[in-house]
Design a protein around this ligand. Structure first.
Ligand SMILES: [Zn+2]
Ligand SMILES: [Zn+2]
Length: 136
């Protein structure tokens, strides 16, 4: 994959992005450290709110929410709600609310089924048509 020069949204530095994330290596490392701090803070202070965490550690709210969305924080330890990535309903864990999660899983299952069905149909066609027709 080609490296792309990108401005890091964290520090504004121009860096070569290997496609692993949008932040420069320095900020990625800093974020990792902050995430560790957040995780241990939440462990020590169950039921803390996002603003408490941000005030105590000086971290960005978006980082805490990103951690929640990726399941890196124990949801029962944190007193927070954030919008569903699809419909905006306030939720407490994951990226989507229950309804959207269900819908999205259903859509994925349906499209998988379509792909399988298409593949099966293609197979059948291969058998019906002669080789020349198929190669056209
Ligand atoms: Zn940076
Ligand atoms: Zn939703």
């Amino acid at each position: 994959m080609a490296l792309k020069a990108t401005n890091c949204p964290g520090c504004g530095k121009l860096f070569l992005n290997p496609g692993t994330g949008k932040y420069c290596p320095d900020c990625m490392k800093k974020q990792e450290e902050q995430m560790d701090e957040i995780a241990s803070f939440v462990r020590d202070n169950p039921r803390s709110s996002v603003s408490e965490i941000c005030a105590a550690l000086g971290v960005k709210k978006s980082l805490v929410i990103a951690m929640l969305q990726s399941g890196r924080l124990e949801e029962s330890n944190i007193n927070i709600k954030y919008p569903c990535a699809s419909c905006g309903k306030m939720i407490r864990h994951g990226r989507y609310c229950k309804a959207c999660g269900k819908k999205i899983t259903g859509e994925i299952a349906a499209s998988l089924q379509r792909v399988r069905k298409n593949a099966a149909e293609q197979k059948e066609k291969k058998g019906v048509y002669s080789k020349d027709q198929w190669l056209k």
